[in-house]
Design a protein around this ligand. Structure first.
Ligand SMILES: [Zn+2]
Ligand SMILES: [Zn+2]
Length: 301
C-alpha cells in the first residue's frame, strides 16, 4: 500500500498577512495523521476555506513563538473544544513551549475541555511509528526555532536479479534479508545492504524562519519536497541576514546542495505581492523545480 502524503498550504505570508496570504500554517495529511506545521492567525478559517476538517488534526508542530506562527493556536483550540474534540492533541515545539502554551490559554476564558500533550523537542527524532517519523533541528532565528522533517519509511525490497545470480535459496534467508539482517549461506556471508533496496520512502522538510546556517543542508538532505521560507528576494540579502531570514536564492541553493527533488517557497514578504514572479525566477535560476504556492494550494507526494 502506498498511501499518499498531502500537503495543504493554509498560510504562506511572512509576519504581516495580506488579503491573499495568511500567516504560516501547513497541513500534512497522511493516513490518519493530520499534522499541522505552525498555526498563524486565521488558520482555523483557512481550514474551512480549504474544506478540511479541523477536528482531524492529530499533531501541531510549532517552529518558534513569533506571533505569525502561533497566533492562531488559541482560536484553534477553542474551536476544537467547542466541537467536542475527543482525541489528545499532541503539541511539539522548541524549549519554552510549555510555558508559552500555558500563558496563551491564561489570557481568555477557555470554554470546554481539551486533552493536550505538550512536548518540548530539541534535535533528533521525537516521534516514530512503524510507518514514519518526525525529527527536528535547531535553526538560527533570533528566538529559539526548529526546522522539522516528516519521513515516511520505505519498505525493504529484495533485489531478485542479484539473488538469482548468486543462486541463493528462497525461504528463511529471504525473510532475514527483508528484515535488513545479513545472512550466511554455505559458509559465505552476504550483507543485506548489498542485496536489498528501500522503496517508497519519502521525506518532507520544513524550514520556516531561519538565517542561513550550516545545519540546514544536512538536515533536509534528499527531501522529496523541501518547504523553505523565502521572506526576501536576493536584492535584499543583507536585510535577510539582519532579520535572520532567507532569500529565495538562498532557499534554492539549499534545495540544490541538499539534492532535494522539489522546492516550495513560502513565508513570502508582503513587498513581493505584486512581483512574485521575480523571486520565483531568482530561485529557478539555481533550482529548476521550484514553486511558489498560493494559500489553499495543495500537493500530493
Ligand atoms: Zn515568521
Ligand atoms: Zn520568526
Amino acid at each position: 500500500m502506498t498511501e499518499k502524503i498531502r500537503l495543504t498550504f493554509l498560510g504562506t505570508s511572512d509576519a504581516i498577512p495580506t488579503p491573499e496570504r495568511n500567516h504560516t500554517a501547513i497541513l500534512l495529511a497522511y493516513g490518519k495523521e493530520n499534522i499541522l506545521v505552525d498555526c498563524g492567525e486565521g488558520t482555523q478559517t483557512q481550514f474551512r476555506k480549504a474544506k478540511l476538517n479541523l477536528g482531524k488534526v492529530t499533531r501541531l508542530l510549532i517552529t518558534h513563538w513569533h506571533g505569525d506562527h502561533v497566533l492562531g493556536i488559541p482560536g484553534l483550540l477553542q474551536t476544537l473544544a467547542l466541537n467536542d474534540y475527543k482525541k489528545t492533541l499532541y503539541i511539539y515545539g522548541p524549549k519554552g513551549t510549555k510555558k508559552f502554551m500555558k500563558n496563551l490559554l491564561d489570557v481568555f476564558v477557555f470554554t470546554g475541555n481539551l486533552s493536550l500533550n505538550v512536548k518540548e523537542v530539541d534535535e533528533g527524532k521525537f516521534f516514530e511509528t512503524n510507518d514514519f517519523y518526525l525529527e527536528s533541528k535547531r535553526m538560527t532565528h533570533g528566538t529559539i526555532c526548529n526546522a522539522y522533517a516528516f519521513v515516511k519509511k520505505g519498505k525493504r525490497r529484495i533485489d531478485k536479479n542479484k539473488i538469482k545470480k548468486l543462486k541463493l535459496p528462497h525461504g528463511p534467508l529471504m525473510k532475514k534479508l527483508k528484515e535488513g539482517k545479513n545472512i550466511t549461506h554455505e559458509g559465505k556471508k552476504y550483507f543485506a545492504k548489498d542485496l536489498t533496496f528501500i522503496e517508497g520512502d519519502k521525506k518532507i522538510s520544513f524550514v520556516l524562519d531561519t538565517s542561513e546556517n550550516s545545519k540546514i543542508v544536512p538536515f533536509v538532505k534528499d527531501s522529496d519536497l523541501l518547504v523553505c521560507e523565502s521572506t526576501f528576494g536576493s536584492e535584499l540579502t543583507e536585510k535577510a541576514k539582519e532579520h535572520k531570514h532567507l532569500t529565495s536564492k538562498q532557499a534554492a541553493e539549499i534545495a540544490k546542495k541538499s539534492k532535494s527533488k522539489k522546492l516550495f517557497l513560502t513565508h513570502i514578504g508582503q513587498r513581493y505581492s505584486r512581483n512574485l514572479a521575480e523571486i520565483l525566477e531568482q530561485a529557478k535560476k539555481i533550482f529548476k523545480n521550484a514553486q511558489l504556492p498560493k494559500d489553499l494550494d495543495s500537493v500530493e507526494i
